[in-house]
Design a binder for this molecule. Structure first.
Ligand SMILES: [Zn+2]
Length: 324
């Protein structure tokens, strides 16, 4: 008899739920709005209620559910089954998430941080091609990361493994990071980082450029517009900024790969929408900065699953947890 996994990808605006069968196919999906009022105390009960509603509606017995997996923002305490510091969920105090799920459903429950879960999803069903050793770097508002070794997520002793965005990468005139340090990868290689570079280097470039004029006028500039101007318009200042950006990333990737020699380093997040234009440029610097055996084996690839990475990863933490 087939057993299903219920996967939950919890975010600040909605919780996306999916039911996966043994073939890793999402056979049903729905979402509920994330209600962060009352210090976020309604979030888990709302998710539980919607799962109960789904099981009743589809006439699925809880005995058919192999387990429930949750990807969530915040810091997880795996021993206690709690989450804290998920500010976009309004979870400032410790949330006893696992207890709530286990009280409602008598099936195994597993959870992990959303960046980790997305990395595991890509490793399992996306650009990781089920390789045992994969690192994912997510280029969004910040730079997130997840490390999979021997098919398992790496957490470290304080759940902080994979904080690739806070690798110190710039030593000359470094930009302040939201974490309190200076010169973190995130300050130069996130979507915000691309804009930081366009502002910081404005006086380095003497030529004609629409992007440069925009920055000088104080017009709103985004990572998207920088990459678009570089790729489509061949704007020279945009190309100069992109070259700095991919140099930082290639350097960071070489540090990761020189340490771990993963099969794939997966680039995800909004900036990865630039696709091959971004990938090939990062790869060029990655190869330049990597040790030869690393250069010949570790690949730089673009994420494939988009928003579904979190759901696949939430399902895979159930499989991994049950197979331990
Ligand atoms: Zn930082």
């Amino acid at each position: 008899m087939s057993k299903f996994i219920i996967a939950i990808d919890l975010g600040g605006t909605s919780a996306k739920m999916g039911v996966l069968n043994d073939n890793a196919e999402i056979i049903d999906r729905w979402s509920v709005e994330t209600d962060i009022s009352q210090e976020g105390t309604l979030i888990v009960p709302n998710i539980i209620q919607s799962i109960q509603g789904f099981l009743n509606r589809e006439n699925i017995s809880i005995d058919d559910i192999k387990g429930i997996g949750l990807g969530t923002p915040g810091t997880i305490n795996h021993e206690e089954g709690t989450v804290v510091s998920a500010y976009n969920l309004n979870w400032r105090t410790v949330q006893h998430v696992r207890d709530q799920f286990q009280e409602a459903f008598p099936v195994p429950f597993f959870m992990d941080n959303d960046a980790n879960v997305a990395a595991l999803g890509e490793q399992w069903q996306g650009a990781g091609e089920q390789a045992d050793n994969v690192v994912m770097v997510t280029l969004g508002t910040g730079v997130g990361g997840g490390v999979v070794i021997d098919g398992q997520l790496v957490h470290g002793i304080n759940q902080a493994a994979g904080e690739i965005g806070h690798m110190t990468i710039e030593f000359h005139d470094p930009i302040d990071c939201t974490c309190g340090k200076k010169g973190c990868l995130e300050t130069v290689a996130s979507a915000t980082g691309a804009v930081n570079l366009a502002t910081k280097h404005i006086n380095d470039f003497g030529g004609q450029s629409e992007l440069k004029s925009m920055v000088e006028r104080g017009d709103e500039v985004s990572a998207y517009s920088i990459f678009q101007k570089a790729e489509e318009d061949q704007d020279e200042y945009a190309l100069y900024i992109v070259d700095l950006y991919v140099d930082y990333l290639g350097r960071a990737f070489s540090h990761i790969a020189n340490t771990l020699n993963p099969a794939n380093i997966i680039i995800g997040g909004g900036v990865s929408g630039s696709g091959e234009f971004l990938r090939s440029r990062v790869e060029k610097y990655f190869k330049e900065y990597s040790f030869s055996q690393i250069r010949e084996t570790s690949k730089v690839v673009i994420a494939k699953l988009g928003n579904d990475a979190g759901m696949f990863g939430a399902a895979q933490i159930v499989n991994n947890g049950l197979n331990k």
